[in-house]
Design a protein around this ligand. Sequence first.
Ligand code: AMP
Length: 397
Amino acid sequence: MKILVINCGSSSLKYQLMDMTDESVLSKGLVERIGIEGSILTHEVPGRDKEKIQTPMKDHKDAIANVLNALTDEKIGAIKSYDEIDAVGHRVVHAGEKYSGSVIITEDVINALEECIDLAPLHNPPNIIGIRATMELLPEAPMVGVFDTAFHQTMEPEAYIYPIPYELYEKHKIRRYGFHGTSHRYVSEKAAEMLGKDIADLKLISCHLGNGASVTAIKGGKSVSTSMGFTPLEGLAMGTRCGDIDPAIVTFIMEKENLNINQVNNMLNKESGVLGISGVSSDFRDIETAAKDGNERAALAIKAFDRRVKRYIASYAAVMGGVDGIIFTAGLGENSPTNRLAITDGLEFMGVEMDIIANDFRGSAKIVSKESSKVKVLVIPTNEELMIAKDTLELVK
Ligand code: AMP
């Protein structure tokens, strides 16, 4: 069975065509600058050179039509016709409290996702547009929605409720939802495999450290706490997002800096995090280089970031009454041995013993704690596309 995975952003679209008989990637790619001058499709078939196709793409339907053309093209394609695509899995950011797992997309599901637009105004609209466009172009293929929030729907009320007037939860659904659910689910299942244990018996802490970053406590395969909240702004310091701050800072800076709601939103989402502290970049590679060159604010940004991850790990171990495995994933988690060491430094009291030599690598799945370590530390490259394809297969089978 061949499954197309689609992940629509506001002006971009990522895709991956997978053959689920062996979970191999037949083709993948990215469309950028949708609806803007200079639209470009980068298309890849493993083992061949990447193709760059520059053609105007006025909307997501145009973009998906171009992707389907590339996939079925005689020279650069991976399949002969649209009919070979048996199903489509869509990444959707926010499903509110409605779905705790992936579902076959129907008109009712789309309506439910539209109701969540208020909760994810930047993400859900392009996701929905992508679903509708794909339905038009591939009317025979069943569509499945895989939601970033779904995995965290297992949190108990005490984990998701905010200490503000309860009526605001009832009226506006203000509560913790959590994000990166597909990634946390994937790496936790993979960790159980690597440890040779049943996930039902494990307490895991998954650290998804990329440009967006979150930590999740996973007990018996279920999310019990997660650092992102009502929006993906809460929790860790991120590339450009502030994460946890005293909420009084918001009104204070609005007054002192004379900022309106949009401006303060922009500051907290786009000008904060490690970019805000360092003043150098939102990319850890640039910040690490600057820190090595003696830039003190860059060094401070890294230390502040690592400290928060450590704080979440320790507090989640307490929430679960212990921890068997700590997982590092996403750009920084998979690729930065120094940050992994800095984050786990001081966690020896919990039974974490890092293997400095094993940890000195990047980019594949590996246990990086010592044999004797009570708590195992694992590096696991995330694969949200595979998880989406697996869910899609499961539902359409
Ligand atoms: P992601 O959002 O998962 O694609 O992660 C992107 C982030 O990972 C980048 O902004 C970098 O900060 C970080 N990253 C990727 N590769 C490295 C590396 N080799 N060393 C340090 N950080 C890295």
